[in-house]
Design a protein around this ligand. Structure first.
Ligand SMILES: Nc1ncnc2c1ncn2[C@@H]1O[C@H](COP(=O)(O)OP(=O)(O)OP(=O)(O)O)[C@@H](O)[C@H]1O
Length: 288
């Protein structure tokens, strides 16, 4: 299932004295199975785009085609329930939305709400718990007795239990420690690689955008300012800095090496890339 956004505009509190243009001229196609990262300065419109992907916000102009479903400005939307099962959104701090007395019931709540029988939903809860790397033993526990990281995984399992084809993540590692962040990012990468989910990630981490994505879009003041592969985006360091964004540590390190006279030909996005580039440069007799 592809997603195609056409001429999207969103005005908050339209036609009131508080009207605010949050998005304009947004055009984007996300092909099935893509890992897309959305980066951009605070207030650039990232969360507003996400909320259009399952009909939580309606466009004030333009349209969003989600597989066979079209969400269009000015038209009443009928099949939002189907759209919401196809596109799962994990909001910031999703653990705040846990409410049931057991983990099992919490995960099964969404699928049952979408028409699954209790038996099927509980089976789904077990399956998705495993998918997010949690032990079956916690199914009967209260979600509130778990650690913060475990609670977040339970909340993510609740979204996955609805069987989405697209997983939309708004700053999913906020508040986690470095180990927890890495494990969480590896979980999403596995869902993308092994389960072929489309991933749309909003992140302030340039490292995560550089490491995991196929494509990146850079939002600036309500519209898409840059679009490309991680290499294409992080090659344009000056432009990113002018938009108030940072660079991945590997790219900064590479710039330092170049300043010192080392010849580095290609943008290095990961530690492995930079080691390869340094080795190549040393073989050619470059200075250190
Ligand atoms: N409910 C709202 N009512 C009015 N204006 C809003 C509302 N939500 C967001 N905005 C405005 O819309 C613009 C885009 O906000 P949005 O939250 O989409 O940005 P963002 O890139 O996700 O920011 P952040 O990185 O801080 O989460 C901002 O100017 C913001 O102030």
């Amino acid at each position: 299932m592809d997603i195609t956004i056409k001429d999207l505009e969103h005005r908050y509190q339209a036609r009131t004295p508080f009207e605010r243009l949050a998005l304009y001229d947004v055009n984007l196609t996300v092909k099935k199975g893509t890992y897309l990262s959305i980066i951009g300065h605070t207030g650039s419109g990232k969360s507003t785009i996400l909320q259009h992907l399952n009909g939580l916000l309606k466009p004030t102009k333009g349209s969003i085609q989600i597989g066979d479903y079209l969400i269009e400005a000015g038209k009443k939307q009928k099949q939002l329930k189907v759209v919401r099962s196809l596109v799962g959104i994990v909001f910031q701090f999703p653990e705040h939305q846990l409410f049931e007395e057991t983990v099992e019931k919490d995960i099964a709540f969404g699928p049952m709400n979408f028409g699954m029988s209790e038996e099927e939903a509980l089976a789904k809860a077990r399956e998705t718990l495993e998918l997010v790397g949690l032990p079956e033993a916690i199914l009967k526990k209260s979600p509130f007795d778990l650690s913060g990281g475990q609670m977040r995984r339970v909340a993510i399992a609740g979204v996955l239990a609805m069987g989405p084809e697209v997983l939309v993540l708004d700053e999913p590692t906020a508040g986690l420690d470095p180990k927890g962040r890495k494990e969480m990012m590896e979980l999403f990468y596995r869902l993308y690689k092994e389960h072929h989910l489309t991933i749309i990630l909003v992140t302030h981490s340039m490292e995560d955008a550089a490491t995991y994505s196929d494509e990146i879009i850079v939002m600036h003041k309500g519209t898409i300012e840059m679009k490309g592969t991680p290499k294409e985006i992080f090659q344009k360091a000056d432009k990113l800095i002018s938009l108030g964004l940072d660079l991945p540590e590997t790219v900064k390190f590479q710039h330092k090496l170049i300043e010192k006279g080392m010849e580095i030909r290609d943008t290095a996005l990961t530690m492995d890339d930079i080691v390869t580039q340094i080795k190549a440069s040393l073989k050619e007799g470059g200075p250190l």
